[in-house]
Design a protein around this ligand. Structure first.
Ligand SMILES: Cc1ncc(CN)c(N)n1
Length: 227
Protein backbone atom coordinates (compact mmCIF):
# COMPACT_ATOMS: atom_id res chain seq x y z
CA UNK A 1 0.00 0.00 0.00
CA UNK A 2 1.22 3.50 -0.85
CA UNK A 3 2.44 5.58 2.02
CA UNK A 4 -0.01 8.29 3.03
CA UNK A 5 0.57 11.82 4.23
CA UNK A 6 -0.64 10.88 7.73
CA UNK A 7 2.12 8.18 7.91
CA UNK A 8 4.66 10.96 7.48
CA UNK A 9 2.82 13.04 10.10
CA UNK A 10 2.77 10.11 12.54
CA UNK A 11 6.59 9.82 12.36
CA UNK A 12 6.86 13.53 13.21
CA UNK A 13 4.32 13.68 16.05
CA UNK A 14 4.73 10.28 17.74
CA UNK A 15 7.42 11.36 20.27
CA UNK A 16 5.39 14.43 21.27
CA UNK A 17 2.13 12.47 21.52
CA UNK A 18 3.83 9.85 23.70
CA UNK A 19 4.62 12.72 26.07
CA UNK A 20 0.87 13.39 26.40
CA UNK A 21 0.58 9.97 28.05
CA UNK A 22 3.16 11.00 30.65
CA UNK A 23 1.44 14.33 31.37
CA UNK A 24 0.11 14.38 34.99
CA UNK A 25 -3.41 15.38 33.87
CA UNK A 26 -3.65 12.53 31.34
CA UNK A 27 -2.02 10.04 33.73
CA UNK A 28 -4.46 11.04 36.47
CA UNK A 29 -7.38 10.65 34.10
CA UNK A 30 -6.29 7.14 33.07
CA UNK A 31 -5.33 5.97 36.55
CA UNK A 32 -8.37 7.60 38.15
CA UNK A 33 -6.65 9.89 40.66
CA UNK A 34 -7.03 13.25 38.86
CA UNK A 35 -8.37 15.98 41.18
CA UNK A 36 -11.98 16.71 40.30
CA UNK A 37 -11.50 20.49 40.29
CA UNK A 38 -8.84 20.17 37.59
CA UNK A 39 -11.19 18.06 35.52
CA UNK A 40 -13.96 20.66 35.96
CA UNK A 41 -11.54 23.31 34.73
CA UNK A 42 -10.71 21.21 31.67
CA UNK A 43 -14.42 20.61 31.06
CA UNK A 44 -15.37 24.30 30.97
CA UNK A 45 -12.36 25.32 28.90
CA UNK A 46 -12.87 22.44 26.52
CA UNK A 47 -16.50 23.34 25.96
CA UNK A 48 -15.65 26.83 24.73
CA UNK A 49 -12.72 25.37 22.80
CA UNK A 50 -15.11 23.01 21.00
CA UNK A 51 -17.46 25.85 20.07
CA UNK A 52 -14.64 27.51 18.11
CA UNK A 53 -13.32 24.16 16.88
CA UNK A 54 -16.76 23.46 15.37
CA UNK A 55 -16.48 26.69 13.36
CA UNK A 56 -13.50 25.11 11.58
CA UNK A 57 -15.68 22.32 10.21
CA UNK A 58 -18.20 24.89 9.00
CA UNK A 59 -15.32 26.73 7.30
CA UNK A 60 -14.22 23.44 5.74
CA UNK A 61 -17.68 22.95 4.27
CA UNK A 62 -17.66 26.49 2.90
CA UNK A 63 -14.21 26.08 1.30
CA UNK A 64 -14.79 22.58 -0.11
CA UNK A 65 -14.42 22.07 -3.86
CA UNK A 66 -17.03 19.33 -4.11
CA UNK A 67 -20.16 18.02 -2.46
CA UNK A 68 -18.48 14.90 -1.03
CA UNK A 69 -15.98 17.04 0.92
CA UNK A 70 -18.75 19.40 2.06
CA UNK A 71 -20.61 16.38 3.34
CA UNK A 72 -17.58 15.06 5.26
CA UNK A 73 -17.04 18.39 7.01
CA UNK A 74 -20.73 18.71 7.84
CA UNK A 75 -20.71 15.20 9.40
CA UNK A 76 -17.68 16.18 11.50
CA UNK A 77 -19.46 19.36 12.57
CA UNK A 78 -22.52 17.38 13.62
CA UNK A 79 -20.44 14.76 15.45
CA UNK A 80 -18.64 17.45 17.45
CA UNK A 81 -21.68 19.57 18.30
CA UNK A 82 -23.82 16.61 19.31
CA UNK A 83 -21.84 13.44 20.11
CA UNK A 84 -18.66 14.95 21.61
CA UNK A 85 -20.22 17.99 23.29
CA UNK A 86 -22.95 15.78 24.80
CA UNK A 87 -20.18 14.23 26.88
CA UNK A 88 -19.36 17.67 28.27
CA UNK A 89 -23.04 18.55 28.85
CA UNK A 90 -23.50 15.27 30.73
CA UNK A 91 -20.53 15.99 33.03
CA UNK A 92 -21.72 19.59 33.56
CA UNK A 93 -25.11 18.32 34.67
CA UNK A 94 -23.44 15.93 37.09
CA UNK A 95 -21.38 18.80 38.53
CA UNK A 96 -24.37 21.18 38.72
CA UNK A 97 -22.88 23.56 36.13
CA UNK A 98 -25.70 25.20 34.17
CA UNK A 99 -25.68 25.24 30.35
CA UNK A 100 -25.42 29.01 30.46
CA UNK A 101 -22.37 28.98 32.76
CA UNK A 102 -20.74 26.31 30.64
CA UNK A 103 -21.28 28.23 27.43
CA UNK A 104 -20.20 31.56 28.93
CA UNK A 105 -16.89 30.27 30.32
CA UNK A 106 -14.17 32.86 29.75
CA UNK A 107 -11.51 31.27 27.55
CA UNK A 108 -8.09 30.98 29.25
CA UNK A 109 -4.96 32.38 27.58
CA UNK A 110 -3.95 29.00 26.12
CA UNK A 111 -7.48 28.24 24.92
CA UNK A 112 -7.64 31.64 23.23
CA UNK A 113 -4.20 31.22 21.63
CA UNK A 114 -4.99 27.71 20.35
CA UNK A 115 -8.40 28.48 18.82
CA UNK A 116 -7.21 31.83 17.43
CA UNK A 117 -4.26 30.13 15.73
CA UNK A 118 -6.48 27.50 14.10
CA UNK A 119 -9.15 29.98 13.00
CA UNK A 120 -6.54 32.33 11.56
CA UNK A 121 -4.80 29.58 9.54
CA UNK A 122 -8.14 28.16 8.34
CA UNK A 123 -9.58 31.52 7.36
CA UNK A 124 -6.47 32.65 5.46
CA UNK A 125 -5.81 29.29 3.82
CA UNK A 126 -7.46 26.78 1.52
CA UNK A 127 -9.42 23.64 2.25
CA UNK A 128 -6.26 21.58 2.96
CA UNK A 129 -5.20 24.13 5.59
CA UNK A 130 -8.57 23.68 7.30
CA UNK A 131 -8.07 19.89 7.31
CA UNK A 132 -4.58 20.35 8.81
CA UNK A 133 -5.88 22.55 11.65
CA UNK A 134 -8.49 20.00 12.83
CA UNK A 135 -6.38 16.83 12.49
CA UNK A 136 -4.27 16.70 15.68
CA UNK A 137 -7.28 17.52 17.84
CA UNK A 138 -9.45 14.58 16.79
CA UNK A 139 -6.65 12.10 16.15
CA UNK A 140 -4.69 12.77 19.37
CA UNK A 141 -7.78 12.48 21.63
CA UNK A 142 -8.61 9.17 19.96
CA UNK A 143 -4.96 8.09 20.45
CA UNK A 144 -5.14 9.01 24.15
CA UNK A 145 -8.61 7.47 24.62
CA UNK A 146 -7.49 4.17 23.07
CA UNK A 147 -4.31 4.05 25.18
CA UNK A 148 -6.14 4.89 28.43
CA UNK A 149 -8.82 2.29 27.68
CA UNK A 150 -6.13 -0.39 28.00
CA UNK A 151 -5.48 0.51 31.66
CA UNK A 152 -7.21 -2.01 33.91
CA UNK A 153 -10.47 -0.61 35.31
CA UNK A 154 -10.14 2.73 33.49
CA UNK A 155 -13.28 2.27 31.39
CA UNK A 156 -15.33 1.56 34.52
CA UNK A 157 -14.05 4.46 36.62
CA UNK A 158 -16.99 6.21 38.26
CA UNK A 159 -16.04 9.69 37.05
CA UNK A 160 -13.51 9.35 34.24
CA UNK A 161 -14.75 6.10 32.68
CA UNK A 162 -17.22 7.97 30.51
CA UNK A 163 -14.47 10.24 29.14
CA UNK A 164 -12.33 7.23 28.19
CA UNK A 165 -15.31 5.36 26.73
CA UNK A 166 -16.20 8.34 24.51
CA UNK A 167 -12.74 9.02 23.13
CA UNK A 168 -11.99 5.33 22.54
CA UNK A 169 -15.46 4.57 21.10
CA UNK A 170 -16.08 3.36 17.56
CA UNK A 171 -17.98 6.58 16.87
CA UNK A 172 -15.09 8.82 17.90
CA UNK A 173 -12.56 6.54 16.18
CA UNK A 174 -14.60 6.95 12.96
CA UNK A 175 -14.59 10.72 13.42
CA UNK A 176 -10.79 10.75 13.83
CA UNK A 177 -10.38 8.40 10.83
CA UNK A 178 -12.53 10.74 8.69
CA UNK A 179 -10.20 13.63 9.60
CA UNK A 180 -7.19 11.51 8.57
CA UNK A 181 -8.82 10.44 5.32
CA UNK A 182 -9.78 14.00 4.45
CA UNK A 183 -6.19 15.12 5.09
CA UNK A 184 -4.75 12.33 2.93
CA UNK A 185 -7.12 13.05 0.05
CA UNK A 186 -6.46 16.79 0.17
CA UNK A 187 -2.67 16.30 0.41
CA UNK A 188 -2.55 14.08 -2.71
CA UNK A 189 -0.27 15.41 -5.47
CA UNK A 190 0.68 18.51 -3.48
CA UNK A 191 4.28 19.71 -3.91
CA UNK A 192 6.75 19.24 -1.04
CA UNK A 193 6.69 22.95 -0.13
CA UNK A 194 2.95 22.74 0.56
CA UNK A 195 3.20 19.42 2.40
CA UNK A 196 5.88 20.88 4.68
CA UNK A 197 3.57 23.82 5.42
CA UNK A 198 0.71 21.46 6.32
CA UNK A 199 3.06 19.39 8.50
CA UNK A 200 4.07 22.51 10.43
CA UNK A 201 0.41 23.36 11.12
CA UNK A 202 -0.19 19.84 12.46
CA UNK A 203 2.96 19.96 14.59
CA UNK A 204 2.05 23.37 16.03
CA UNK A 205 -1.48 22.23 16.89
CA UNK A 206 0.07 19.14 18.53
CA UNK A 207 2.16 21.45 20.71
CA UNK A 208 -0.96 23.44 21.54
CA UNK A 209 -2.56 20.16 22.61
CA UNK A 210 0.24 19.67 25.15
CA UNK A 211 -0.19 23.26 26.33
CA UNK A 212 -3.92 22.63 26.76
CA UNK A 213 -3.18 19.70 29.13
CA UNK A 214 -0.84 22.01 31.04
CA UNK A 215 -3.53 24.70 31.17
CA UNK A 216 -5.98 22.21 32.70
CA UNK A 217 -3.41 20.79 35.14
CA UNK A 218 -2.45 24.29 36.35
CA UNK A 219 -6.04 25.54 36.23
CA UNK A 220 -4.76 28.46 34.20
CA UNK A 221 -6.95 31.41 33.24
CA UNK A 222 -4.79 34.44 32.42
CA UNK A 223 -1.28 34.80 33.89
CA UNK A 224 -1.47 38.53 34.73
CA UNK A 225 -3.42 39.60 37.81
CA UNK A 226 -5.44 42.82 37.67
CA UNK A 227 -4.37 45.16 40.49
C1 LIG B 1 -8.19 20.71 23.41
C2 LIG B 1 -8.89 19.57 22.74
N1 LIG B 1 -8.26 18.89 21.77
C3 LIG B 1 -8.95 17.86 21.16
C4 LIG B 1 -10.23 17.50 21.48
C5 LIG B 1 -10.93 16.40 20.79
N2 LIG B 1 -11.89 16.91 19.88
C6 LIG B 1 -10.82 18.24 22.48
N3 LIG B 1 -12.07 17.99 22.90
N4 LIG B 1 -10.15 19.28 23.13
Amino acid sequence: MNSQFTDRIWKRVEPLWNNYLEHPFVKGLGEGWLEEEKFRHWLKQDYVYLIDYSRLFALGSAKAHNLATMNEFSKLLHGTLFMEMDLHRGYAEKFGISREDLENTGAAATTTAYTSYMLNVAQRGSIEHVAATVLACAWSYNFIGLKLSQIEGALDHELYGNWIQTYSSEEFTDLAESCKQLMNTLAEDKPERELAELEEIIYKTSMFEYMFWDMAENMETWPVKES
